[in-house]
Write a protein of this length. Sequence first.
Length: 104
Amino acid sequence: MDKDGDEVIKFVEEAKARMKEEAQARADLVFKPNHYAQWAIEPITFIMRNRLPYHVGNVVKYSVRAGHKQYEGMTMVESEITDLEKAMRYCEMRINELKGKVEL
């Protein structure tokens, strides 16, 4: 094969490798995001196996990932605060529900 043919084959192989890496990265975001995969038991597994109520599951989820997930446009500290505020919000909503408030 000539030099141009070799370069085309190399280009195609490199493109395939990049596409495979990108597909794996997308799959990791869905099936094994880093901010959850670090635990022996992922929060969703714990939540579902224990049949936790929705609000409790969200408190667990946001509390566990606080400090491990960075939101776009935020620092890690801002992101951690955001997740902790989300966990607190679910606690507040449950308290409001228990108090019989219409607005949770």
